[in-house]
Ligand binder design. Sequence first.
Ligand SMILES: *Cc1c(COP(=O)(O)O)cnc(C)c1O
Length: 378
Amino acid sequence: MKIGTKLIHNGHEVDPATGALCTPIYQVSTYRQESTDRFGRYDYGRGDNPTREALEETVAELENGLFGFAFASGMAAISSALMIFSAGDHLVVCEDVYGGAFRVLTQLFGRLGIESTFVDATKVNAVAAAIRPNTKAIYLETPSNPLLKITDLAAVTRLAKDRGLVTLVDNTFMTPYFQRPLELGCDIVLHSGTKFLNGHSDVLCGFAVTKDEGLAQRIRFVYNAVGAGLGPQDSWLVLRGLKTLRVRLEESQRSAHAIAAWLLDQQRVRAVHYPGLSSHPGVEVHARQASGAGAVLSFRLESVELTRRLLEGLKLAAFAVSLGGVESIISWPARMSHAAMPPEERAARGITDDLVRLSVGLEETDDLIADLDRAING
Ligand SMILES: *Cc1c(COP(=O)(O)O)cnc(C)c1O
């Protein structure tokens, strides 16, 4: 069965108790137990909720994993997954990692004795060179945020397996519809489901998925102990949002291709980063490991002044943080998603003040291009 069909038929399309064509919202915190020596399947809402479980099983199935965990945000998922490591452990992390991940790694996990080294993961040699005797994991994002750099997942995973390291991949930009890192040998897939998976800019959520039972047990321990699991109302909304993932992504991606091509022709646009462009340095690796370039692109303008004018002047794309909604969203990485990164670190990574990131929504392509044209050339 293809993934587009799995979005609709995944074992949770019918409620077994009533025949309802969706999973109900189990708004409950605790469950009555049958007897003193036999506890039921569910005991307390921090660890288990049937609505959340339906969502977790669905996302695990889409990623071709066996164990899924739904969290209250992408950062809750990332942080909980990182809590499987201990003081004295070392991680190798791709350098243009999501700003919030950079913040927890440097300011929180660093304080707890888990150290990170940031490398240009598009170069497998750079990843290899950063590995130390106490390195436990490699943490990747591909395409990365906001420069859409591509890491060769199969190559890094081979390296990780040779050295006995766990590979974690933040798959937010691609979603399992376009890219399934577990199939390429990665161990833990992470998501901000706030973005494309939910897709309607109305829920924060995150996921961790694995097919390794040992890793799943370690994540489950944190999940239940820390209690950052997703609530039942939000779980239900994400189950609903997921059903249209294919049509949303296909449509947004089609527009993103057209917009990227249009931007390339604009004199006031200096660089366009989109892994669907033949000029993108990672286009071949990306095409090997993903079935589409997605709906996020970034570009640089000829001046910071024009950048501000564009951000404030667009009528359709909302000037906001986040991405992956039905509405187009334009953001300013240097001052938004990556504001948590010190200016010199940003500069070293190419996250300049003239860079904007566009998440293409479901508006008509011609209208989006006309809006950009007016703001850039008008
Ligand atoms: C938004 C985002 C996150 C954080 O997710 P939240 O749901 O905002 O906590 C992590 N990784 C990437 C790539 C993101 O875009």
